[in-house]
Design a protein around this ligand. Structure first.
Ligand SMILES: Cc1cc2nc3c(=O)[nH]c(=O)nc-3n(C[C@H](O)[C@H](O)[C@H](O)COP(=O)(O)OP(=O)(O)OC[C@H]3O[C@@H](n4cnc5c(N)ncnc54)[C@H](O)[C@@H]3O)c2cc1C
Ligand code: SF4
Length: 551
């Protein structure tokens, strides 16, 4: 790496190595900057990824309990949020579905009118799609075929589609699980193996077929000189030399995220900072830094307009199913049952049965005690009428082989607010808490669809237990909280992702998304990060004076 200003350890420090962070690292290093990426999670490969979900310590991220996995789950009053934590961010645990939202998303939310999004974004989606190797899923498993059949039964078969995914698949007629020299970057990338259709994408791909960030953006960034610091959590970011806008650079303090006692504190300096710690991670860090006076100028809109894509997770289990429903890729197909309601067929690999503990009989009804009562009544009734069938439905073993999860997403407007407060349950320190109207956990149309699916498959429809007991929906798509806007009165960054009030400080991750996409967000996060990076001048031409402008 060129030694630009020896006063600083790096030109840019990127916090987080997910979609926004990996794009930023590669594009900045290509422009000639000295780049470091601080990542809280571990590095993963075929040898250390868990074989099943029972290997909890390698799957879950709870470092204080000795769990150093790549999958995190945070429970808030309004939603249980699932997200990734690894070198490669959410890409290690994600399903690989990469969809482009409808153009109408650019006409909703605080980014409207700030750029000619409809004209600008296609080129960035194209670059993002090429880099992430997006292609149509060619591997339809039994769960996808059942989704199609159910679509036919409810009159929506014309909307059935094969997902577009970032997965390296064998050519037609070729056998799966074959290794080839880099097929994506003209030989500059790592060798890759074709998909074995094991359904394990969300447990981490042990074949090297899923196009995770450590095999594309981040791999290339490291090859070109970016330094990645795994298991390194950023705890402080402060402007240097008594300036309050970061014009003299920043000091970044870190600790070892996987250590209990010897936390190996680190101190680094850089001219610029890119926050890419995901929607929750960036909000958490910025709230903390604003509260402790290190970055007091962060907009008061921090934490506003957090969106969860209005999701409901239902499904069906077919005890004794002749086919292995875990075969295929994690999300192989989808269907629109109406203009706003989108359902995807989701699976976990054979043996990954732990999630069965979160599923139960499908239960309708208004959330609250009434729904819990109905759930108990259905459960007891089923146990009395069909004891063996009911016990087989509840038995964890064989769940992944016999079950299909249906992920229902609705593109309807609605958002939460995150605040930095002492929760009444744990008043000893401040933390992120959610506020706002309840997000619906019961989408009647989705339940009807799950019931039909189960009927066609000869099984029983399922709901998620936390949705029934606590009226808390689960979501893997938390976005917003630091949204793009024309001024700090409306959002946290401008349309070039520059943080209002600070110089050479950017946010590139899901937190900047200002509208509900109605589809999985990673491709949009990647495309927006590509766009944001395209505005940063090459290192040789920078005057280190980049600052947000109110529109
Ligand atoms: C099970 C599951 C399946 C999913 N499937 C899909 C899918 O198929 N398609 C899709 O589009 N999306 C999917 N998602 C969502 C997707 O993973 C996220 O939307 C995406 O990863 C968000 O990208 P990001 O750049 O905002 O941050 P992330 O990719 O979440 O990366 C942020 C990184 O920052 C790190 N970090 C946080 N705080 C700090 C700190 N203080 N210091 C250092 N590092 C820090 C985290 O460890 C993390 O690795 C899925 C998510 C889950 C959980
Ligand atoms: S289905 Fe299996 S082999 Fe294919 S990408 Fe997913 S985890 Fe990898």
């Amino acid at each position: 790496m060129p030694l630009r200003d020896p006063k600083f350890d790096f030109d840019f420090i990127v916090i987080g190595s997910g979609f926004g962070g990996s794009v930023s690292a590669l594009r900045l290093v290509e422009k000639g900057y000295r780049v470091a990426v601080m990542e809280m999670g571990r590095r993963w490969n075929a040898d250390n990824l868990p074989r099943t979900s029972w290997s909890i310590h390698r799957w879950f991220w709870r470092p204080k309990l000795g769990m150093h996995g790549f999958f995190n789950m945070r429970v808030f009053r309004h939603a249980t949020i699932f997200h990734g934590c690894a070198v490669g961010g959410g890409s290690i645990t994600y399903a690989g579905t990469l969809l482009t939202p409808p153009d109408s998303v650019w006409e909703a939310g605080s980014w409207t009118g700030l750029a000619d999004w409809r004209a600008e974004m296609p080129q960035h989606y194209q670059t993002a799609s090429r880099m992430l190797g997006v292609t149509e899923n060619k591997i339809l498993g039994p769960a996808d075929r059942l989704l199609k059949q159910t679509g036919e039964a409810v009159g929506s078969s014309q909307t059935f589609y094969h997902t577009r995914v970032g997965i390296f698949q064998a050519r037609e007629g070729d056998s799966p699980n074959q290794t080839f020299p880099d097929p994506f970057f003209g030989g500059a990338g790592p060798p890759r193996t074709t998909c074995a259709a094991c359904g394990g994408c969300m447990m981490g791909c042990r074949y090297g077929a899923k196009n995770t960030l450590d095999l594309n953006y981040l791999y290339l960034a490291e090859e070109r000189g970016a330094a990645v610091f795994p298991e390194t959590k950023v705890v402080d970011v402060k402007p240097l030399a008594g300036t309050n806008d970061g014009s003299a650079g920043y000091e970044i303090n870190t600790v070892k995220s996987t250590a209990w006692v010897r936390r190996e504190p680190g101190r680094f300096t850089s001219r610029g900072v890119v926050f890419s710690a995901s929607s929750l991670g960036t909000m958490e860090l910025l709230f903390c830094l604003r509260e402790n006076g290190l970055l007091p100028g962060i907009s008061a809109r921090l934490g506003k307009h957090v969106r969860t894509n209005s999701e409901s997770i239902i499904g069906a289990r077919i005890p004794g199913c002749a086919e292995d429903l875990s075969q295929g890729i994690a999300i192989g197909s989808g269907i629109y049952i109406d203009k706003h309601t989108h359902i995807e067929a989701v699976r976990y690999p054979n043996g990954a049965d732990l999630l069965s503990l979160l599923t139960t009989f499908l239960t309708d009804g208004r959330p609250g005690p009434q729904r819990i009562g109905l759930w108990l009544k259905n459960g007891i009734g089923s146990l009395l009428r069909h004891p063996i069938k009911t016990l087989r439905l509840l038995c964890p073993w064989g769940w992944a082989r016999e079950a299909t999860i249906l992920l229902c997403m609705q593109a309807v407007e609605g958002h939460l607010e995150m605040r930095w407060e002492r929760p009444w349950l744990w008043p000893f320190c401040k933390m992120l808490v959610s506020r706002g109207d309840k997000v619906q956990t019961y989408i009647p149309k989705a339940n009807e669809f799950a019931r039909k699916f189960a009927q066609i498959a000869g099984g029983t429809a399922m709901s998620m237990l936390p949705e029934i007991l606590f009226d808390i929906p689960g979501t893997a798509h938390c976005i917003g909280g630091c949204v793009i806007a024309g001024s700090p009165d409306r959002g946290v960054v401008d349309d070039h992702h520059r943080v209002f009030g600070y110089r050479n400080m950017y946010i590139c991750d899901g937190s900047v998304l200002a509208a509900n996409l109605g589809v999985n967000p990673s491709l949009t996060i990647t495309a927006l990060a590509e766009r944001a990076m395209s505005f940063i001048p090459p290192a040789a031409q920078t005057d280190w004076n980049d600052m947000a402008r109110a529109a």
